[in-house]
Design a binder for this molecule. Structure first.
Ligand code: SAM
Ligand code: SF4
Ligand code: SF4
Length: 351
């Protein structure tokens, strides 16, 4: 892999803005389309069965290709990188890529989102290679519901051990993402708060989203964040906290007794498209400008056909400058249209 860490030089005034004036700041890279879970809201088992055709390893971007594209994205203003999937820890030697990305000039933050099943064996190595932060997905502490929400594939204890390993490796601040679905795990949400309050681990509740086309989403299964906020606040008084930076996706609330905070990601009831500066790169190298996109820009072909950094930079910049995505703000109008919406699947684009 390249040891050249220089950013592709571009004067900051030339950083592109999309049609709504939004800069490009965050890059979420899906390093693996496969997963060792089958969460029904993301990769329902009936679709992602044993014979499902995932990408071949040659179809996925290599670490060299990911690194090269990230350098170009950094030249366009990206400062934060998140590795995701599918399950990113299924990608062999992931720490090697993390070492390269954290050393890249201009990158201020490298984070990883994982289901944590393999975290116990990887946490120390991830830290040693420079990973800054980790986010673990954990929807409930009830073993039976957890099993169901992972598609029957996981043991809760292994995930909790993975979180403990991340604490020991000091991959902090650790955030826990919990997708809440009405009638499934909403009655267990407060247990998560109870367990992690005062530990430094920040629980964030995510409204169940209509990503992709296969999770049978319906609005009545979404638990609005304000409902959860009220329930949590009745038990442990809370106050709102200022956002850390413009465009932060989670609304943050601190416990009045000083024992930490909780966050709410309310893509359905309180969309945050106005400040969205996130780009996504699929594991096969398609660049998407929205989580709910139905098409993206293939970057793997020009990469493999010998395009220069400057040519790649032009392609990405032009694509960003044409961006007008604000799906969450338009959700109800778009969903009421006559044509069924085609959207890219979450496991593929990276959450
Ligand atoms: N496999 C890793 C994990 O689960 O942490 C990383 C990829 S996963 C697609 C990233 C995040 O997307 C997870 O926190 C998951 O809970 C969230 N997610 C997936 N489908 C979702 C949905 N329909 N609504 C809300 N969040 C979803
Ligand atoms: Fe896998 Fe993460 Fe999707 Fe669950 S949410 S199926 S762990 S990619
Ligand atoms: Fe960004 Fe698209 Fe989500 Fe809006 S819907 S916040 S534009 S990813």
């Amino acid at each position: 892999m390249s040891t050249e860490h220089n950013v592709v030089t571009l004067p900051s005034a030339a950083h592109p803005r999309d049609t709504l004036g939004r800069p490009l700041r965050d890059l979420r890279i899906s390093v693996m389309d496969r997963c060792n879970f089958r969460c029904p809201y993301c990769m329902p088992k009936e679709t992602f069965h044993d014979n499902y055709r995932f990408l071949k390893s040659t179809e996925r971007l290599s670490f060299e290709e990911i690194y090269r594209l990230t350098r170009v994205f950094v030249g366009l203003g990206v400062r934060k990188v998140r590795l995701t999937g599918g399950e990113p820890l299924l990608r062999p030697n992931l720490s090697e890529l993390i070492g390269e990305l954290t050393a890249l000039e201009g990158v201020q933050d490298v984070a990883l989102t994982t289901n944590a099943v393999l975290l116990g064996q990887h946490a120390a190595e991830l830290k040693a290679n420079g990973l800054h932060r980790i986010t673990v997905s954990l929807d409930t502490l009830d073993p039976a519901i957890f099993k169901r929400m992972s598609g029957g594939f996981a043991e809760l204890d292994r995930v909790l051990e993975g979180i403990q390993a991340a604490v020991q490796a000091d991959l902090t601040p650790i955030k826990l993402n919990a997708v809440i679905e009405r009638g499934l795990n909403d009655h267990t949400a407060l247990d998560l708060v109870d367990r992690f309050r005062g530990t430094g681990i920040i629980v964030r509740f995510i409204e169940y989203m209509d990503v992709g086309n296969r999770n049978h989403w319906s609005l009545d299964r979404v638990v609005p964040s304000r409902e959860l906020l009220q329930r949590i606040g009745e038990r442990w008084p809370l106050h709102a906290v200022q956002e850390n930076y413009r465009g932060e996706v989670a609304e943050r609330y601190a416990f009045d007794d000083g024992s930490g905070e909780v966050g709410f990601i309310s893509s359905v009831t309180n969309p945050f498209c106005g400040d969205c500066s996130r780009a996504r790169l699929s594991s096969e190298g398609v660049f998407y400008t929205c989580l709910f996109a139905n098409a993206g820009l293939d970057l793997r072909t020009p990469l493999r056909d010998g395009s220069s950094d400057g040519q790649l930079l032009d392609l990405i910049r032009n694509h960003w400058q044409q961006r007008g995505d604000r799906y969450s703000e338009l959700r109800s109008t778009l969903r009421s249209g006559e044509q069924p919406l085609r959207k890219i699947e979450m496991y593929y684009i990276g959450g």
